[in-house]
Design a protein around this ligand. Structure first.
Ligand code: NAD
Length: 476
């Protein structure tokens, strides 16, 4: 198996004059330390704001054509390097290499998409009569603080950085300390693409320390956060101090509604991907299988057949379908949810409760799950299929919506007419109809309810990084 030691290029990590030591990055598959990353505290965070603010004065004045060509260069370099960066990503995060490569390609696509969107920043003008007009202009909002999680360490950062830079903003970026290397690799690519110094500043260190400095500083105009609902709520409170614009991409609890008239074989093949990608550690992972009673037995049988063919192992091994979970806490959470479900009369139809001594968790299928169990209310973030049943369409919608979250949902039926009537009942920001892939750079990704607000990607993505100015033009 290929081995790596990852050189940390100090130019790619903002340490400024505030060295606070290093943090170890470990490979979850082996527990080996693969890198030591320099971290910053309050002083470094202040210096980074200074650098981003200074660079904003120049970057915001560049033409959108120039920003477009620089971002296109990032796309090209990231695409060329996808094998190497995928290896770094798998080594720190654990997902299978082919998934890591797909994530890099997806991340690169954001730079391509926003390189095009940069050219389509338009305002509008309306003739309001009597020789007067009104106009709406869009400007880059300013310095933006970006905070990202460990589950898609490069894609989540790319969809923020690409949109912000396209709009003409400069950024401070704080990756998760579980997976800082992918972010550092991205910073390196930006440097190679000649994005000027100070435009994208990667800050490694304690989230609460770094982000509270941003929250106090008037020059940071916007915060874009992807992570848990719990942390998101803290940030809403802190951002009140200087009234910052927010984008929050928070947790999910995706229902997958399987109607009796679905194409069962195709549905089963599709749900395996939506459940087991990244070992189930995905905000849009299916969390609850809600299956029509009349087909539940055949559905569970087909699910078990497929699940039993999945291989758990080190993501660097080409045979691996499911890598390790990110850390011990994640395994403990899965064990708690499975144990609570079983104690409340769910049946363990396949697999066994996780071994707490290992980060590798084999697939589990639970049946007879009900909506009041912890597993139906919390994000599982692990390879567990929790199956419950419904009788009619209204009941399916009622179960699906019984969640504080509203991010992704999936519906499988051959009847478009049935789906069309069902769709308005679903309180979710995103719906997959006979489709398991919601991650598209051209789509407005995001949720409602406690899954957050704002959208990333699509034509909407760039607006999150703009301020709008309305202008009234008189007639003399
Ligand atoms: P997390 O909230 O623990 O951490 C996310 C980021 O916030 C990390 O960089 C972390 O260091 C930082 N952070 C943590 N506490 C902080 C604080 N007090 N102040 C400032 N920063 C702080 O989430 P996680 O465990 O890294 O990620 C998993 C979560 O992310 C899941 O809930 C998942 O659903 C969600 N997620 C959502 C989306 C989406 O698009 N909606 C995408 C991916 C992941």
């Amino acid at each position: 198996m290929k081995q790596i030691t990852i050189p940390i290029l100090l130019e790619d990590v903002a340490i400024y004059n505030d060295p606070q030591g290093t943090v170890d990055v470990t490979n979850p598959a082996t527990q080996e330390i693969i890198a030591k990353v320099p971290v910053v505290g309050e002083e470094g965070s202040k210096e980074a704001i200074e650098a981003a603010d200074k660079s904003f004065k120049e970057w915001s004045k560049t033409s959108s054509d120039e920003r477009s060509s620089r971002l296109r260069k990032v796309f090209e370099i990231l695409s060329e390097r996808s094998d190497d960066i995928a290896f770094i990503l798998t080594s720190e995060q654990g997902k299978p290499l082919r998934e890591a490569k797909a994530e890099i390609e997806y991340a690169a696509q954001y730079f391509l998409w926003f390189s095009e969107e940069a050219k389509r920043i338009f305002g509008k003008v309306r003739d309001i009569g009597s020789g007067k007009e009104m106009a709406v202009r869009r400007y880059p909002i300013g310095v933006c603080g970006l905070i990202t999680p460990w589950n898609f360490p490069i894609a989540m950062l790319a969809r923020k950085v690409a949109a912000a830079l396209a709009a003409g903003c400069t950024v401070l970026a704080k990756p998760s300390m579980e997976t800082p290397l992918s972010a550092i690799a991205l910073a390196h690519v930006l440097r190679e693409a000649e994005i000027p110094q100070g435009v994208c500043n990667i800050l490694c260190g304690d989230g609460a320390t770094i982000v509270s400095v941003w929250m106090d500083d008037e020059r940071v105009r916007k915060i874009s956060f992807t992570g848990s609902t719990e942390t998101g709520k803290l940030l809403i409170g802190q951002s009140a101090k200087t009234v910052k614009k927010l984008t929050l991409e928070l947790g999910g609890n995706a229902p997958c509604i399987v109607f009796s008239d679905c194409d069962l074989e195709k549905t089963l093949d599709a749900v395996i991907h939506a459940k087991f990608r990244n070992a189930g550690q995905t905000c849009i992972s299916i969390n609850r299988f809600i299956v029509q009673e009349s087909i539940q037995e055949r559905f569970v049988q087909g699910l078990i057949e497929r699940v039993s063919r999945l291989t758990v192992g080190d993501g660097r091994d080409s045979k691996t379908d499911i890598g390790p979970l990110i850390n011990k806490k994640a395994v403990e959470k899965v064990a708690r949810l499975v144990s609570d479900a079983c104690a409340n009369k769910a049946k363990l139809a396949y697999g066994q409760s996780p071994n707490l001594q290992s980060l590798f968790v084999s697939p589990i299928v639970l049946t007879d799950v009900s909506q009041d169990m912890q597993i139906s209310c919390e994000e599982v973030f692990g390879p567990v299929c929790a199956v419950q049943t419904f009788r009619n369409d209204d009941e399916a919608a009622e179960i699906a919506n019984r969640s504080i979250h509203g991010l992704a949902s999936y519906v499988f039926t051959k009847s478009y007419d049935r789906f069309r009537k069902f769709l308005p009942l679903l309180e979710y920001g995103m719906v997959g109809f006979n489709e398991n892939n919601l991650s598209l750079v051209s789509a407005p990704f995001g949720g409602i309810k406690q899954s957050g607000f704002g959208r990333e990607g699509g034509t909407e993505g760039i607006e999150e990084y703009q301020r709008v100015q309305y202008l009234a033009v008189g007639n003399f």
